[in-house]
Structures are given as C-alpha cells and as structure tokens.
Design a protein around this ligand. Structure first.
Ligand code: GLV
Length: 306
C-alpha cells in the first residue's frame, strides 16, 4: 500500500526520507507519479488541485502538511466520510512561538523605528507602546504562543470559540466574549482557523473594538484580513501598524500596496514550517490509527471546519 505526497513546487526529498524511516512498510510516491492508483491508502498534501484527492478510490485518510487543513476542506470533491488531519509537529509549534515572539517584541521594542534611526545616526529613545497581547485562537499554536509570551512577563489574554483554560492567561470565548477580549488587546495576534465564519474577522468592526493605536499580527490566513479596512484603520490612527505573514493571494503581488506601506511589515508566509524529521512521526502515528479504525491525532471536525 502507498502514500502519495503532494507538495507542488517545493522540495520533497526530506519528506520521502523521513517517511521511509518512520513508515518502512509504506511505498511513498511523489505527485504526479502516484504508482498504482488502487494502492493509495493515504495522501499527505499541501494545496492539492481540487479533484486530485477524490481521484484515489481506496483512500483511508488525508493528512495536511501544515497546521491548517483548510486547503483540503475547501475542496468540495473530497469525500465527506474521509478523515482529515491537520499537522501536529513540535517544530512547527516552536517556530510559530518564535515568530510570534519576534513580531510582538519587534513592536513593543519599536525595532523598525530603531533601525530607521540608526540609518540616520539618530539617538532617540522610542515612546512606550501598549504591550498587552491578545491571542485570537487558543488551539495548539495559540496556546503555545500565549504560554510563552506570559512566561516572558507579557500580559496575555486569549479568545476562542469555546472556553479554554490556559494558566496565566485570561480567556474569553464566543461572540459574547469578543468585545472585552479586543478591548484588552494592544497587540492582536490572529491564529484562528480559516473557517467561513471567520473570513474577514480582521476588519473594521474588530479594529474599532481594539484600544486606539493597536498593532495587528496576522499569522492565520490571508482570508482573515479585510485589506481595505486595514489600510483605513492605519490611515485613521486606530491601528499603529501590522505584521502580515499570510495573504489572500500568495506570493503577494509586487505592486501590492502592503509592500511599501510604512506601518506594515510583510513576510512571505514563513511563520512556521513543518519539519519532516519530526512531523513524519505524527504521520506514522496517524497511519497506525487510521488502519486500526481509530480517530486521528489532530482530526478535523468537518462540520466545524477545523
Ligand atoms: C501554514 O500556514 C500551516 O498551515 O502550517
């Protein structure tokens, strides 16, 4: 039986090697060279073209190469009964914590301003900024970020669809808790899943509920952001800046206004990447579970969309 790895325009050798080590009984094929189609038991993918996953008749499960499985769920042809799992990988979590820490501290320590001042040999101490962090989305990644930032002495609040308990983090839940959560977020970090209900959540209504001069970090998905509302909020001073790592259209087109905006930091969707050497263990465990008819680790609730 086999697994097909779908990772277009990206290296696959490290994945093939890691899977061979963790799943020695499994043939691994790299799309579009799939081997005998009836042998394909699993797909491990990032952004497969719509219809591709549905073309394997004997699939047991589909695994996302990333923390988000939205790229699989958005393909309406993926059979509804097929279990889908997001990636859970200690390296992916660690990288996200490091990246969010970088973005938060970059803002709280006025790093862009300091670099600009150095270029002009100007010795100026930046004005203090609001430092309370709000983590929107308390899943595995959001919880790890909230815990790490709290451990560094930053005050952190969290928000999620259903109530969550994270030690040292005041947590709010659902529509009822959103306004209060936002009112406590000088720095808003978006780590919610990409569900239709959360499309555009980083928009005018949310920005207006933040303290004036708040800072927004988007490491979720581009679809979470209403781009025009962000530009307006920066223009009016309701927001002081934003760090964007994900975009509705990637790569971000060279002519996009975000590139040159003085208050926006653009990074090319690099917050965290799955590391084959560690992530292959998660894939191997999910292969074992799928074959045993058990729920997958990180199995997506297809109704909830994450
Ligand atoms: C990347 O965006 C991921 O979902 O891991």
């Amino acid at each position: 039986m086999s697994l097909v790895l779908i990772r277009k325009n990206a290296p696959t050798d490290a994945w093939v090697a890691a899977l061979a080590q963790h799943c020695p009984d499994l043939a691994v094929h790299v799309w579009p060279d799939i081997g005998p189609v009836q042998d394909v038991e699993f797909v491990l993918s990032w952004a497969a073209d719509p219809g591709v996953i549905a073309s394997f008749p004997n699939l047991r499960a589909v695994f996302s190469l990333g923390a988000g499985a939205d790229h699989i769920l958005h393909d309406a042809t993926v059979p509804a009964h097929l279990p889908v799992a997001r990636m859970i990988d200690p390296s992916l979590t660690a990288e996200m914590v490091q990246f969010v820490t970088l973005a938060v501290l970059g803002h709280t320590r006025s790093y862009r301003q300091l670099l600009a001042q150095q270029a002009q040999a100007r010795w100026v101490r930046p004005e203090p900024v609001g430092k309370r962090v709000g983590i929107m989305g308390l899943g595995g990644l959001g919880t790890a970020c909230a815990t790490a930032l709290t451990g560094m002495g930053l005050s952190c609040v969290g928000w999620s669809r259903s109530p969550k308990e994270v030690p040292g983090v005041r947590s709010y839940a659902g529509d009822a808790g959103l306004a209060e959560f936002l009112a406590h977020s000088d720095i808003l970090v978006c780590l919610v899943p990409a569900t239709p209900a959360l499309a555009g959540v980083l928009g005018r209504k949310t920005f207006d509920a933040l303290p004036r001069g708040a800072y927004v970090i988007n490491v979720g998905r581009g679809e979470h952001l209403n781009e025009a509302d962000l530009i307006d909020a920066l223009q009016s001073g309701q927001l002081s800046g934003a760090w964007l790592d994900v975009f509705a259209k990637e790569p971000l087109p060279a002519e996009h206004v975000f590139w040159q905006h003085p208050a926006i930091t653009v990074t090319p969707h690099i917050a965290s990447a799955t590391v084959p050497a560690t992530a292959a263990a998660h894939v191997a465990e999910n292969i074992r579970r799928a074959r045993a008819g058990q729920p997958l680790a990180g199995q997506v609730d297809r109704a909830l969309g994450y």
